[in-house]
Design a protein around this ligand. Structure first.
Ligand SMILES: Nc1nc2c(ncn2[C@@H]2O[C@H](COP(=O)(O)OP(=O)(O)OP(=O)(O)O)[C@@H](O)[C@H]2O)c(=O)[nH]1
Ligand SMILES: [Mg+2]
Length: 371
């Protein structure tokens, strides 16, 4: 067997084809590095060593096309999604992309949720959301790829469900697909951080095959871009603020009728009607929450968006879509009001009417409280 020609070299970090001619395109690396034992593209090298993201010429459509090739393959689809952003990270109509291959759903980042959360309730809610999204799934799992929770059980179950076939790990950008596979690699070989990961969406650029045995592999894939995700409307710096990195601490606010909460400047909740209540807010601990009177809220927003009410910052205010509002009348059951990609507010029983404001396209929903 002859040596690999350069065209066939794949960057181990992101799955792109290594090339030495187009710095703006995926897989670029200076010629001098080709003699290294492990070849990383320049983008992966910079991400790894300087945590600096380089934009490349790849469109959302390129990713979709690439992942769509799975339709013609046979294997188990492991659809990873983000438990902190279920509605933003579940892929509607996934079978259109992955064909009629069997699917299991894996909710990642369980470490971010409060420990007191009811796991069965959570799985039930995920199943109902999956149904609405047109997803028929074999099973649902909850894991933390960073902390390791649920990993052993999932590994066992993947072995069952895959029927000696390949395993395709798919999902929206940033849900932790590569982190998940890195953990598996680490468990079986001791090697650390083999695949490049980062808090920026769009890190993985091509398929990365990790052998499971002589015949079959687990395949990391580029994330699919979901326009409904809050992540697309904030700057890289703001993304750091809204993305929790550890268990979210509940923050409690007593709200009277005609009072308002702002979540940075990215979302807003008004209590239109109802007795005084304690609203419990579950958001990244770094996202500022601001309480005010409803009558002052519009002015406050006009005058202080990008400052007191941030994120967004002065630059990203421009790309943030206008707010749309929806009204929810809640009675009886304890209910969560979910702001996709940001967090949720838990409202105790009682009767209450709330008006929520969120960027157009990032639709707020409600669910039976998970706590
Ligand atoms: N808290 C927490 N963070 C996680 C977990 N898994 C991944 N992350 C973080 O989520 C971010 C994205 O992780 P990646 O593994 O790069 O995600 P990906 O799905 O491969 O993303 P793309 O390649 O862009 O599609 C990183 O900042 C990870 O550290 C987890 O279990 N818990
Ligand atoms: Mg990845």
């Amino acid at each position: 067997m002859g040596g690999l020609s350069m065209e066939e070299m794949i960057c181990q970090g992101c799955g792109s084809i290594i090339q030495t001619t187009h710095p703006e395109d995926p897989g670029f690396t200076p010629k001098s590095t080709l003699k290294n034992e492990v070849v990383l593209c320049q983008r992966c090298f910079r991400l790894k060593h300087y945590n600096d993201i380089q934009d490349v010429n790849v469109t959302d459509d390129d990713f979709l096309k690439m992942v769509g090739t799975i339709r013609k393959k046979r294997g188990l689809i492991v659809h990873i999604f983000d438990l902190f952003d279920v509605t933003g990270s579940l892929i509607n109509g996934l079978p259109r992309i992955t064909g009629d291959n069997p699917i299991i759903l894996v909710g990642n980042k369980v470490d971010l949720l409060p420990k007191s959360i009811n796991k069965n309730q959570l799985i039930k809610w995920i199943r109902s959301i999956a149904n609405e999204a047109g997803l028929q799934v074999k099973d649902v799992f909850l894991i933390s790829s960073v902390k390791g929770q649920g990993m052993d059980y999932l590994t066992e179950q993947i072995e069952n469900y895959r029927n000696k076939k390949d395993v395709y790990v798919v999902g929206t950008t940033n849900v932790g697909k590569s982190t998940f596979i890195n953990r598996l690699i680490n468990q079986s070989t001791g090697l650390k951080e083999v695949i490049t990961t980062s808090y920026f969406p769009g890190t993985t650029l091509g398929f990365i095959e990790i052998p499971l045995d002589e015949q079959t592999s687990m395949i990391d894939t580029p994330g699919i871009v979901n326009e409904k995700q809050m992540a697309h409307y904030v700057s890289k710096n703001d993304l750091k603020i809204i993305t929790p990195t550890k268990e979210v601490k509940p923050r409690v606010y007593q709200l009277n009728e005609k009072q308002t909460l702002f979540f940075g400047g990215l979302a807003r909740l008004d209590v239109l009607k109802g007795e005084k209540q304690s609203l419990v807010c579950y958001f990244s601990n770094r996202l500022r929450i601001h309480r005010t009177k409803m009558e002052k809220a519009d002015d406050l927003y006009e005058n202080h968006i990008g400052e007191l009410l941030s994120p967004p910052d002065k630059n990203t205010m421009e790309i943030l879509p206008e707010f749309t509002t929806s009204t929810f009348r809640i009675a009886g059951e304890k209910t969560d009001i979910v702001f996709p990609g940001l967090g949720w507010v838990s409202v105790p029983g009682g009767e209450i009417t709330v008006v929520v404001h969120s960027p157009n396209g990032v639709a707020v929903s409600i669910r039976k409280s998970l706590l």
